[in-house]
Design a binder for this molecule. Structure first.
Ligand SMILES: [Ca+2]
Length: 547
């Protein structure tokens, strides 16, 4: 392949790589906490914001029911069929595996037939309300990333509240109210998630969307819509995650809204399917849940990309010199500046905000405004700026990149602090210049940028020495001086000043201009075709006839 083709392919590849780096699909992975990079100080670590992968969080929870003996089957009882409330000979018996409905059946793998579910005792004590609290505890802060979906086999409750805790169950806040009649049940106007806006996203609403119907085959789920709330910032198909990440970064309330340690489902009134409760047939009324979905990830404050489940507890595997269950503080001896969470911005790598050792001199990431990212170099026990912009370089972006020089009239924080040397590529030895912008010139060249010629030289993609003129350096044998750079020689002559006679290769030899004698004939034609000899004959001018 020829060189120009190679260069073209390389250029295409480089621009492709550049384009891919900025392709939106690469946004928001945050799956790497650090990577090795080469800087002027050698091999070092570059730190990025990172977070664990999202997962099915129901694998890691503890479930508690209140009252504790609310699960059916102890003592055994009969209840009405889910499909037909007048067939009331089904049995719930906690002591028989096939007839028991313990809470873990809300979290087992679904897809089997028949569906497995937890079930409460029936509403025997009507009109005393049938109240059940189902508490899911993680003993760890987690961030929700998808809708919470609860599947009821009993018909969806006529009244329920979904609550969250952010302090391991000490205090609770409602997430959403659900009722067949919001005004009647909670004195709230019925709303849906579609009524929310960016400004009202954190409002707690009561919805009637998930309470209607009784054992509708395809209408069994109660949902808390996380994704619809995300979409208020990220767009309907969550294509603009940058906008959402930006909001999460800057708005603590928003971040906290999607963060939980516990969830509580407060079941307040079972499905009755009618305005009147049939007091003669109370074993029709109970709660049964076959599945609860909670998708999320460990909250590690963007300081860990993995979270392990060990001894019944989730823990972030903290990086960036942080520690604690949520990487919420700096390690001992790494408290050189106040702890802070990582940031999603700038996309796609974010900012790590690592903890730095106690004994580092200047603790700030001081880069004179040419970078907002620093990297701690363990070997040198120092903090350096990473990715200095505006053509700067150095530990604090205080120097100019090679090929640039310091603009003395600009402050160190000025975007125009470094000026392009702008050395003439033909006239200068390199693209670098000294502190006042002077380039290093090639022979015959002068000027600050090496774009002018010294006397005796002429510009021709650089300065070439003067070859001929009409005075002292005349072209000989009838040659004509062309732009003072070369003699245009007549057919029979060559040389700088047309001082040599030209070889006559067709005739098989050269005539020596000084002796005037005929040269010996050259060897026969096949030998002439030997490449080195052919080259010499074509380009090398005349050789002695004895060759
Ligand atoms: Ca199940």
């Amino acid at each position: 392949m020829r060189l120009p083709v190679l260069l073209t392919l390389q250029a295409v590849w480089a621009s492709l790589c550049h384009a891919m780096q900025h392709y939106p699909a690469a946004w928001g992975h945050y799956d790497v906490c650090k990577s090795q990079v080469y800087t002027e100080e050698g091999l070092t670590w570059d730190y990025m914001a990172c977070q664990p992968e999202a997962a099915d969080m129901t694998k890691y929870l503890k479930v508690t029911l209140d009252p504790p003996n609310i699960t059916c089957g102890d003592p055994p009882e009969t209840y009405c069929a889910l499909e037909n409330p007048y067939m009331c000979n089904n049995e719930c018996d906690a002591s028989t595996e096939e007839l028991a409905h313990p809470p873990e059946l809300m979290f087992d793998f679904e897809g089997r037939n028949p569906t497995t579910f937890w079930q409460s005792t029936s509403w025997r004590k009507y009109p005393k309300p049938l109240l059940v609290n189902i508490t899911l505890s993680w003993n760890k802060t987690i961030e929700l990333i998808d809708d919470i979906v609860i599947t009821f086999e009993s018909g969806r409750p006529e009244q329920m509240v979904l609550e969250k805790s952010l302090d391991y169950g000490r205090t609770w806040q409602p997430y959403q109210f659900y009722a067949t009649d919001c005004l009647d049940a909670f004195i709230m106007e019925p709303k849906t998630v579609n009524d929310l806006t960016q400004q009202t996203l954190l409002d707690i609403i009561c919805t009637e969307d998930y309470s209607r119907g009784y054992v509708w085959k395809y209408d069994k789920t109660v949902r808390f819509e996380i994704k619809d709330r995300f979409a208020l910032f990220a767009g309907p198909r969550l294509h603009n995650m940058a906008s959402l990440y930006g909001q999460l970064d800057t708005t603590k309330n928003l971040r906290d809204f999607f963060t939980i340690t516990d969830l509580r489902i407060r079941l307040l009134r079972p499905a009755t399917g009618a305005t009147m409760v049939d007091e003669n047939n109370l074993s029709r009324y109970f709660y049964a849940i076959s599945d609860i979905k909670v998708q999320g990830r460990c909250k590690c404050n963007l300081h860990a990309n993995s979270c392990v489940f060990d001894k019944e507890k989730l823990t972030c595997e903290c990086e960036h010199n942080t520690t604690g269950p949520d990487c919420g503080r700096c390690k001992k001896n790494y408290q050189g500046r106040a702890w802070s969470a990582g940031s999603y911005l700038p996309i796609p790598k974010g900012t790590a905000n690592i903890c730095i050792p106690n004994n580092v001199g200047p603790v700030n990431c001081e880069c004179f405004g040419h970078s907002n990212r620093c990297s701690y170099i363990e070997l040198l026990n120092t903090v350096i700026c990473v990715s200095c912009k505006h053509n700067t370089r150095g530990q604090h972006c205080q120097l100019c990149k090679l090929g640039y020089y310091r603009n003395v009239s600009a402050e160190l924080t000025d975007e125009n602090v470094c000026i392009d040397c702008n050395c003439n590529p033909f006239g200068s030895d390199s693209d670098r210049c000294n502190g006042t912008g002077f380039c290093k010139c090639k022979k015959g060249t002068t000027g600050a940028k090496c774009h002018e010629c010294l006397p005796g030289y002429l510009w021709d993609n650089g300065c070439k020495s003067r070859v001929c003129d009409d005075e002292l350096l005349r072209c000989q044998n009838g040659g004509v001086c062309h732009n003072n750079l070369r003699c245009q020689c007549p057919a029979g002559f060559t040389g700088l000043l047309c001082e040599k006679p030209r070889c006559e290769s067709e005739a098989g030899g050269c005539r020596d201009a000084d002796s005037g004698q005929a040269a010996l004939p050259l060897p026969p034609a096949p030998l002439l075709l030997l490449p080195p000899l052919a080259f010499v004959l074509q380009w090398g001018g005349c050789w002695p006839a004895t060759l």
